[in-house]
Design a protein around this ligand. Sequence first.
Ligand code: FAD
Ligand code: MLT
Ligand code: ZN
Length: 488
Amino acid sequence: RRDDPAHRSESPVSNAVDRDLLVRLHEAVGSAGLVTDPDRMRGHLTDWRDAYRGRAAAVVRPGSAEEVSRVVGLCHRAGVAVVPQGGNTGLCGGSVPDSSGAQIALSLTRLRRVREVDPANQTITVEAGVVLENVQRAAREAGLLFPLSLGAQGNCTIGGNLATNAGGTAVLRYGTMRDLTLGLEVVLPDGRVWDGLRGLRKDNTGYDLKHLFIGSEGTLGVITAAVLTLFPAIRSRATAWVALPDPQAAVDLIGVLRATAGPRLTGCELMSAQSLEFVLRHVPGTRDPFTGAHPWYALVELSDPMADAGLDATLETALGAAFDRELLLDAVVAEGSARIAALWNLREGISEAQNQEGPSLKHDVTVPIGSIPAFVRETDEALRAAVPGIRIVTYGHVGDGNLHYNLSGPLGMEPDVFRARAEELARIVYDSTARFAGSISAEHGLGQSKRDLLADYKPAVEIELMRGVKRLLDPAGLMNPGKVLPAE
Ligand code: FAD
Ligand code: MLT
Ligand code: ZN
């Protein structure tokens, strides 16, 4: 048993769980599926930003749903906690194990089969570890569209997208991951498999259980596959970059765009001048579409399945109406796919660019769209009073009322000094969000970063019902403990 990791005495972490479990896990997934070597485990014990770090007894990488079932069943019987993970691009630390070294990190990335594309039903059935970009590609190859779209799409997995109910840049037209899902296959916390892989658009046979697992961040079970909805492929696109005086102009612009383009409005992304400044400084090959600086910018996109949908003319009509109402300071319409991609690069580059500027304190919030101007005004004012010189990197999916209210420290402030203010600054943003009847997590989830805050921002009865669901599905509390639900 030389290659049996359970018998290696040099592993410093595997002592934390019963060695017998490691032997059984090895039997269940083979050498390719069990990682105990600290160097190979490292990438599984942190997140994309390296904002959270944990330890684990082992990383288990099953190659099929049957293997996931066996692994979860073994951990259940041994009383060992399991932390599901996909691409580790989540922004709330949900996929990172705790520091005990007693948990098993369960990576789903070997479940990467596209099981079926069904053009008649306009659905695709994929396993949890398929990278989002590969789902988009499979749909495209079938002449169809899978519309979920976000900056991490080259690394995040469908399982992670489902577990966080990911949103992204096309929610305005197509909805969130919840809206794009017809069926799920889930391994329950005791190892049983729920085969709910139904591709039905109508199914009123009682409670819709898939919605419990979508957005549950790995705390109720392990998603192993899903049936997702597809749409007609996009054959024409019109994209503009506009400059705005203030957030009120952005809210009014959305009204104009909706009235003119209806469902062909697929994206409306807002960025503060600070966001663009970071991108231009840190993302190679980017350039400002305008010559002068402006306070706010928006990226607007119309799209349509018809090749000759006349989108350029529609966009020009809308922008003309917006200029007439003095909503715009400047505007440029991109010509050709390279220019369109360059504009999206300015938007999608913000997260990465902000990482280069030291710690980025992330606050992913929603408020009703009409409240955005007052919300931004009041929140900015309170943040600037708390930390003079703070760099406020506000941007996001304004059409959904979703802003990423991300903060970087003032120039010259030591990273640790700024980090030490994180809790106080989060309170400012979330108290303001609550005053405007918003949510403290729009699309990133709660993970470990926001779980304890929940008790202050969600009605107690709602949290009690959530605990009841957790107790029902996971009475032993072994699925991703310490995430989502506030400590009791
Ligand atoms: P992970 O990070 O691996 O996991 C996330 C959570 O899901 C964890 O709680 C984990 O336990 C759980 N989980 C993972 N797989 C499973 C599974 N199979 N079964 C059960 N639970 C599971 N999010 C948005 O919504 N919109 C955006 O626009 C957006 N943009 C981003 C841009 C960048 C640059 C980055 C880095 C992240 C962005 N995100 C965005 C955040 C993130 O939520 C998404 O990237 C994605 O949904 C996470 O997928 P993942 O596979 O990396 O999941
Ligand atoms: C985005 O929309 O770019 C991400 O969800 C925001 C972030 O990285 O904070
Ligand atoms: Zn986002």
